[in-house]
Ligand binder design. Structure first.
Ligand SMILES: Cc1ncc(COP(=O)(O)O)c(C=O)c1O
Length: 470
C-alpha cells in the first residue's frame, strides 16, 4: 500500500477509536510531517484522500477537522422500495411554495440557489458589456441551436479537465438546466410512458413529468448511498421504462453522491435494458477536496447519457444558461429546442463564454467551494446546537443542502407555514415526492453566512419544532 494510503488508514482508525471526534481539529500538515517523518506531499495526499472520502473537512478558518459522523438517520419506516404514479400532481404545491419564498426579507432556508452574494456579478457584468459591444450584426443567427460555438467549446474543454471526451457538437446550450432536462425528457418519452426517478427527487423532475403527462416510477434513494440498485434492477426488468432521471453527484434534496462503483453499476444496468439516462448534474462544480468527481457520463461509450449542467449554481443564477451533452440524442434535442424556445439569449451565452475562458472562473470556483464548505459545516453545527435532539441532520460533503428528518409524527408542511409566518422559508419534504412519505423531512439551504439574523432564524425554527403538536 502506498505510504499516503497507509497514513490515511491510520488516521481513519484513530478517528474511529475516538482519538479525534466530529468537529475536532486534526494536527496541521506540518505537525503530521514532524510526527510521522513523512514528506509534506505524502501527508497532503493522505489528508486529501480522507477529504474526498468525506471523513475530514478542510475549512478556511480551522484547517482540517473531522467531518460530522453519520447520525442514526431515520429514513421513513413506511417507505417502499418502489412507488408508481400514473399521474404526477405536484406543480401547484411547488408553485405555491416557491411564490411564498419570494417574499422580501425572508430567510431563504428553502431556496434552491446558493447565496447570490457569492456570485461574481460585477465581473460578469463587465463581460456582458464587453461582448455586447463586440457583437456582430449576425449574432442572433450565430447563436441559434446548438448555441454559441465558443461557449460549447469552452464547456467541452471543462469536460476534458475531468478526463472526459465530449465534443462541442454533442452540446446544446439551453435556458438553464431546467430546459436541458425538459428537452431531454421530451426527446426520450411520450405521454403515458414510464420514467424512473429517485425517491426523494428534485421537484423539477416531477414537474416535467407532470407537464409531459408521463408516468413515474420512484425508486428508493438512501440519504448516503443513493439509489437502491436492487429496486432499480427490478423495475428495469419488469417495466418498459423509457428513461431514467437521476443525480449522481450532490443529489437534491439529500446531498449525497454515488460511489464510482455504484455509478458503474447504474450505467451497466441501464445499458443492459437499453434505457437512456438523464443525468442532472447541476452541482458538479461544488465538490470538496482537490479532485473533481466524475459523473456517470464519464463512463458513457454508447452516447446514451444526456448530461445536463448549469451555470445557475456555480456562477450566476439569473443569466439562465445551462447545457446538455446529449450523446446520440443531440440532433433531436436541437430540433426540439428550435420548436420551443428557439434559442438561449445570445448576449448571455457570449458573456458566460467570455468569463469562463478567463482565469477568473477557476479562481471564483475555488473560493466558492471553500466558502460553501465552511458555511455548510457552520450551519450544521448551528442546527445541532439549537434543534431538538429528536431531529436528525444528514451531512454529506459538497453542495449546500442539509436534509433533516423530524420525528415521524411531525408534518414539515405545517412547520413550513409556521416558519413562513415568522419570515423563514424551508423546503418541506412533500416537495420532493408525489407520495407523502417525506412528510416529516425538510431540506435546508446552508449556503448563507451565519449572521446574527440567521442564528435568530435557526432559534425560531427550533421553537417551532419544539412546540409542534404531537
Ligand atoms: C437538481 C436541480 N436540477 C436542475 C435545476 C434547474 O437549474 P437551472 O436554474 O439551471 O435551470 C435545479 C435548480 O434548483 C436543481 O436543483
Amino acid at each position: 500500500m502506498p505510504m499516503y494510503q497507509q497514513l490515511a488508514q491510520d488516521l481513519k482508525n484513530r478517528i474511529t477509536q475516538g482519538v479525534w471526534q466530529a468537529g475536532d481539529k486534526l494536527p496541521s500538515l506540518r505537525q503530521t510531517v514532524a510526527d510521522s517523518g513523512l514528506s509534506l506531499m505524502t501527508v497532503l495526499n493522505a489528508y486529501q484522500l480522507l477529504e474526498s472520502q468525506g471523513v475530514i473537512l478542510a475549512l478556511a478558518k480551522s484547517g482540517y477537522i473531522v467531518a460530522p459522523q453519520p447520525e442514526a438517520f431515520r429514513y421513513p419506516e413506511t417507505q417502499r422500495q418502489i412507488y408508481f404514479s400514473d399521474k404526477v400532481d405536484i406543480n401547484e404545491f411547488v408553485f405555491n411554495v416557491l411564490q411564498a419564498s419570494k417574499q422580501a426579507g425572508i430567510v431563504p432556508f428553502g431556496s434552491a440557489f446558493p447565496d447570490p452574494s457569492l456570485f461574481p456579478q460585477q465581473a460578469l457584468a463587465r463581460s456582458l458589456v464587453k461582448v455586447t459591444r463586440q457583437m456582430s450584426p449576425s449574432f442572433a443567427a450565430d447563436n441559434l441551436p446548438p448555441g454559441n460555438a465558443g461557449l460549447r467549446k469552452a464547456i467541452s474543454q471543462r469536460y476534458a479537465k475531468l478526463g472526459m471526451s465530449v465534443a462541442p457538437d454533442e452540446i446544446l446550450i439551453t435556458s438553464g438546466a431546467m430546459e436541458a432536462l425538459n428537452l431531454s425528457l421530451a426527446a426520450l418519452a411520450q405521454a403515458g410512458d414510464w420514467v424512473v426517478i429517485e425517491s426523494p427527487a428534485f421537484y423539477g423532475a416531477m414537474q416535467a413529468i407532470e407537464r409531459l403527462k408521463l408516468r413515474a416510477i420512484a425508486v428508493a434513494t438512501d440519504p448516503r448511498e443513493g439509489i437502491d440498485l436492487n429496486a432499480l434492477a427490478e423495475v428495469l426488468k419488469t417495466y418498459p421504462v423509457k428513461a431514467c432521471w437521476l443525480m449522481s453527484l450532490h443529489q437534491n434534496p439529500l446531498g449525497c453522491s454515488l460511489s464510482d462503483q455504484k455509478k458503474q453499476a447504474v450505467y451497466q444496468l441501464l445499458c443492459e435494458h437499453n434505457v437512456s439516462l438523464i443525468e442532472d448534474d447541476v452541482y458538479q462544480e461544488l465538490y470538496v477536496g482537490s479532485s473533481a468527481p466524475r459523473p456517470i457520463k464519464a463512463l458513457d461509450t454508447q452516447g446514451c447519457v444526456l448530461h445536463c449542467g448549469s451555470f445557475s449554481k456555480s456562477l450566476i443564477a439569473g443569466y439562465r444558461v445551462g447545457w446538455v451533452a446529449a450523446g446520440r440524442h443531440a440532433p433531436q434535442l436541437q430540433r426540439l429546442q428550435l420548436m420551443s424556445t428557439l434559442s438561449t439569449s445570445a448576449p448571455m451565452q457570449l458573456a458566460i463564454a467570455d468569463f469562463i475562458q478567463s482565469p477568473q472562473y477557476e479562481r471564483h470556483l475555488k473560493r466558492l467551494r471553500h466558502t460553501l464548505a465552511d458555511r455548510k459545516f457552520a450551519m450544521y453545527q448551528l442546527l445541532r446546537a439549537h434543534l431538538p435532539e429528536s431531529v436528525s441532520v444528514n451531512f454529506e460533503p459538497g453542495g449546500y443542502f442539509l436534509w433533516l428528518a423530524l420525528p415521524a409524527h411531525m408534518d414539515a408542511t405545517q412547520i413550513y407555514h409556521s416558519a413562513l409566518e415568522r419570515g423563514i422559508s424551508i423546503a418541506p419534504g412533500n416537495l420532493f415526492s408525489n407520495q407523502a412519505e417525506f412528510r416529516h423531512f425538510m431540506r435546508i439551504n446552508a449556503s448563507y453566512d451565519c449572521s446574527p439574523e440567521l442564528v435568530r432564524a435557526v432559534k425560531a425554527l427550533a421553537q417551532i419544532l419544539e412546540h409542534s403538536p404531537n
